[in-house]
Design a protein around this ligand. Structure first.
Ligand code: NDP
Length: 306
């Protein structure tokens, strides 16, 4: 009798050493996650409210569950949720028996929602990990793009499934508070929003100049923002020491004085300065309070009500 090589080493043809994953939610992000786990060889069970969205994945090797309760009941590994919002997580898991299950919630939520959802799952007998995805779907399964997922909550659960969770994107564990993944996520997105506001204003300033090379300007802009992003480390050091003048090379007083040049140029270029003005007003207020020698941590203090 001829034995398959798998039998000779004690495996049957269907065995798979990869952790099985159960995924609830097959929107754009959920589908990208599903494909990454399939590509990495993980047995995958999927469920989606609109069942048709599971069909291509079933053809690619996933198993479709008829209901969330059935998907959760059959889960022998992490149950990952990637749904629209926290309310849809509640609706989806309502009626599922979570006892002994490992819930990994990657649905974008507020920190408070994440804490409450983790507590809710734990009350129902599950272990819980919260996540915030810092990537867009085309970055999933492509580590070279630098996308990653922030995790917080049950550290042991994260460690146990670290390798499985790393299949779609890099992983960053940011603490045992289940709200901290969401807090980091929202803080990073908020910083990005400010950066986009600055970019928008910058492009508006050069827009009237018909002979200006837009792509050349874009390259300068991206390089400049990259160089300036290091200021984050200075702010952190000042906040940690409590001395907001520590290591200051560009004081609030100097920056507030330069604001007039920025505003005059906006007026000369017929650009509405509304994206800059609120931030400039905060800097001026801090200077007026006698803190002109501080760096940007002084504005953090002002915003936090110090
Ligand atoms: P989509 O809008 O593409 O998909 C939403 C998913 O949620 C679908 O599976 C949808 O099911 C499901 N859903 C919505 N409401 C309910 C409900 N009441 N009950 C059950 N299922 C429901 O969103 P994405 O996949 O893009 O995003 C999913 C999560 O990933 C979100 O939290 C998002 O913030 C986060 N994320 C997305 C990024 C992106 O660029 N796409 C980037 C980073 C994070 P159905 O198919 O039936 O409508």
């Amino acid at each position: 009798m001829v034995l398959a090589w798998t039998s000779l080493i004690g495996m049957d043809e269907h065995s798979n050493s990869k952790t099985p994953v159960t995924l609830l939610g097959l929107g754009n992000m959920g589908t990208a996650l599903a494909r990454a786990w399939l590509a990495a060889g993980h047995p995958l069970t999927v469920w989606n409210r609109t069942p048709e969205r599971a069909e291509p994945l079933v053809r690619e090797g996933a198993r479709a569950a008829a209901t969330p309760a059935e998907a959760v009941a059959s889960a022998a590994g992490p149950v990952v949720l990637c749904l629209l919002d926290d309310a849809s997580v509640g609706e989806t898991l309502d009626g599922a028996d979570l006892r002994g299950k490992e819930v990994v919630n990657l649905t974008t939520s507020t920190p408070a929602q994440s804490r409450e959802r983790a507590r809710w799952a734990e009350e129902r007998g599950a272990r819980a990990l919260s996540g915030g995805i810092m990537a867009v779907p085309p970055m999933i399964g492509r580590p070279e793009t630098g996308g990653y997922v922030l995790y917080s909550g049950d550290r042991a659960l994260f460690e146990r499934h670290r390798e499985t969770l790393a299949a779609p994107a890099g992983t960053r564990f940011v603490g045992e508070d289940p709200g901290h993944a969401a807090l980091h996520d929202i803080a990073l997105l908020s910083a990005m929003t400010g950066m986009f506001a600055g970019m928008t204003h910058a492009f508006a300033l050069v827009a009237p100049e018909k002979d200006l090379d837009r792509s050349g300007f874009a390259a300068l802009l991206a390089e400049w923002l990259g160089a300036m992003s290091g200021a984050a480390h200075g702010i952190a050091a000042q906040l940690e020491s409590g001395d907001y003048t520590q290591g200051v090379a560009s004081s609030l007083a100097m920056m507030a004085a330069a604001d007039d040049t920025l505003l005059t140029t906006a007026r000369d270029q017929s650009v509405d300065p509304r994206l800059l003005v609120p931030y400039m007003e905060l800097m001026r207020r801090r200077v007026a309070q006698g803190h002109g020698a501080e760096g940007l941590a002084g504005v953090v203090g002002l915003l936090s009500g110090e």
